[in-house]
Design a protein around this ligand. Sequence first.
Ligand SMILES: [Zn+2]
Length: 239
Amino acid sequence: MMINKILEFQTADMKLFRLEKELRDSAEYKKVELYKKNIAISADTVKKFDLESEDIISSYDRINENIAQAEKDIGELVFAVKSISGETERELNEYEFYLKKLEKANEILANNEKEIDKIKKRIAEILANTSKLLLGIQDTQEKKKQADAEFDKIKNAKKTDADALIKEIARLKAELPADVLETYKTVKDGKKLPVFVKMVNKGQCLGCGMDLPVGMTSKLKNPGDYSECPNCGRIVYID
Ligand SMILES: [Zn+2]
């Protein structure tokens, strides 16, 4: 009877499922995952600092150009001011005009120099933070290596069981029709295990406890007949 084969497959599949869940729920696995997550977060922050550095370096060039331009302007203005005697009113006005320009150029120079100072400080901060993060990553990687080894130990302890189950599942799968396997997968993916459940109390789904519609139960006559529970989606069979 096919239902027996299905149930055999289901038993093996659930055993493997529990075994995998046990591994995932183990403290060793959680440790590995936590270290992995922490490394990823730190690496992400390092990347952000790198991008910020790139931005800063490109603005550094621009600011240096501004400084060079301001210095050039100042040189020219000083030369111009020196050449004015200031004896006539026109020359006095000119003198004032250049002085204002000089003031402006000095202001630009001072502001850009301030920017450079800020940038230098920020770069130093970024370098310090990055090296701290990199050290942290190195440290966590060491810890993760240890946690990996511990997890491998418990995984290997279950390897023989897991391999045997995987083999058995493959053998049974080959003997079951594709549509049954597909239904099984769909219900299982909906986190409903076991997928195939007995009909109990002459018309109840063992999975969800709902009374099955008469139209459905009347079709389930012979042992091994099965149909989908309209409430929970599991497959109800009779034995
Ligand atoms: Zn149900």
